[in-house]
Design a protein around this ligand. Structure first.
Ligand code: SF4
Length: 431
């Protein structure tokens, strides 16, 4: 029996690096320090696996060898005029780097799950930058923690305890030394923890942030309410923001995927910039997939852009809304796709998912999904962070090393190895 310490959790953007896993006979027997989502994943990830590579034939999916599957995927991609590679937010940075290289090799689009979550965060970053910090700084120093449009108790269950209001930092040890504010359109499990809950009207985040900036800059607001909140409440919140020593805004899809989108992010960053006149203030997006931040970093350092990059011109072309995977599928332009550790058929709008099913596409994934059930080729992969090692970036862009705690089933390889095989096959086909 082996007890492996400091295992990095490959589930959500918290990327907790203190998990203790007990392994016996190549099976996980016990998990410590994890949240319920993580424990369930570690103890059950081996169930419902894809057993072998599959190919669609007469409407059925039948087993083939890995070599044949790699060759078929290579042919699909090479024969396409405008192929795309999508996913990789649940893969290691090493696999992501090869994914970008593959997109360059075939002259296609490389895109990831950011397009359906924090794409507006990347766009806001282009506009106004991002005054940010690490989760370690928040843990040790923050005395005002604002969660805006997110529900950490259910989406990032250890966030409060490890990094924010319930953590024991070096300079802030007790719960009473910190204030927590939640801004959301509805009560959630997280609101119980808050000192102040501001329930705003849907789609009014931009108005509230703009009003806060007006108040903080000592101008008057003539309205009696903003975003459904009485003006006195907004002024009370502005005072709280102004009087802290180290403040942080964590924001989620309530800001990025509601009316305003990247304009909400521009406003949030501008608010944080204003607040730095009175206190140290930062902002961090609550990223969902554990390595979606890594995919943005890797894509940016290889192409200059974080997502939705079109490499078909021979150089990177980036225009989300035109070059994102959903857009090229919607317009019926994409003619082949490789999906890696993602399930777009389940998550994209129906017409776009239908267009994906009209073109040849392959899926690399450890588990069956709606996409894998409809794919022309399926290649099972190892579960990164449990059966394969690699690097991942936490939501605050701190890189961490994922451990391999078990051997994958025989004949099952990591995403990194499979993409490398496809890349090699394409290069040998082209001579
Ligand atoms: S909070 Fe997220 S990263 Fe941390 S243990 Fe739970 S699922 Fe894993």
């Amino acid at each position: 029996m082996a007890v492996i310490e400091d295992v990095v959790c490959p589930i959500c953007g918290c990327v907790c690096d203190d998990i203790i896993v007990t392994v016996e006979d190549n099976k996980i027997k016990k998990v410590k320090n994890s949240c319920s989502i993580s424990a369930t994943k570690f103890l059950n990830f081996h169930k419902h696996r894809l057993p072998s590579p599959l190919i669609k034939k007469d409407g059925d999916q039948i087993p083939i060898s890995l070599e044949e599957a790699v060759e078929k995927v290579a042919k699909i991609l090479v024969n396409a005029e405008y192929p795309a590679i999508y996913g990789l937010a649940l893969s290691s940075c090493e696999a992501q780097g090869l994914g970008v290289e593959l997109a360059e090799e075939i002259g296609g689009v490389i895109d990831n799950q950011t397009v359906t979550c924090h794409g507006p965060t990347a766009l806001g970053l282009h506009d106004v930058g991002m005054p940010t910090c690490t989760l370690g700084e928040v843990r040790h120093r923050a005395d005002l923690i604002v969660y805006w449009g997110c529900n950490p108790e259910e989406a990032h269950p250890r966030h409060l305890k490890r990094y924010s209001v319930l953590s024991k930092g070096r300079f802030r040890k007790e719960r009473e030394e910190r204030k927590m504010v939640i801004i959301d359109v509805r009560k959630t499990k997280s609101t119980k923890q808050a000192d102040l809950f501001l329930q705003i009207e849907p789609g009014q985040d931009f108005e509230l942030m703009s009003a806060l900036r007006v108040i903080l800059n000592f101008d008057e607001i003539e309205e009696e309410s903003v975003a459904g909140l009485p003006i006195e409440k907004v002024e009370e919140f502005a005072e709280l923001l102004r009087n802290c020593e180290f403040g942080i805004i964590f924001f989620g899809l309530g800001l990025t995927m509601s009316r305003g989108k990247e304009r909400n992010i521009d406003a949030a960053v501008s608010l944080v910039r204003d607040l730095n006149k009175w206190a140290k203030f930062s902002i961090i997006p609550m990223r969902g997939h554990y390595n979606v931040t890594g995919m943005n970093e890797v894509t940016a350092w290889q192409t200059g852009y974080a997502y939705a990059v079109d490499l078909s011109h021979g150089y990177p072309w980036y225009n989300p809304g035109e070059t994102s995977f959903v857009d090229i599928l919607r317009r019926g332009e994409c003619d082949a796709a490789l999906i890696i550790a993602s399930d777009p058929v389940a998550h994209f709008p129906k017409e776009i998912a239908r267009n994906l099913c009209k073109i040849p596409f392959a899926v690399i994934d450890p588990h069956p999904s709606i996409s894998s059930l409809l794919a022309d080729i399926v290649i099972p992969s190892a579960f990164t962070g449990i059966e394969a090692e690699g690097s991942a970036y936490r939501m605050d862009a701190v890189p961490l090393r994922l451990k391999k705690v078990l051997e994958p089933p025989p004949g099952i390889y990591s995403d990194e190895e499979i993409i490398s095989m496809i890349l090699e096959k394409i290069r040998s086909m082209r001579g």
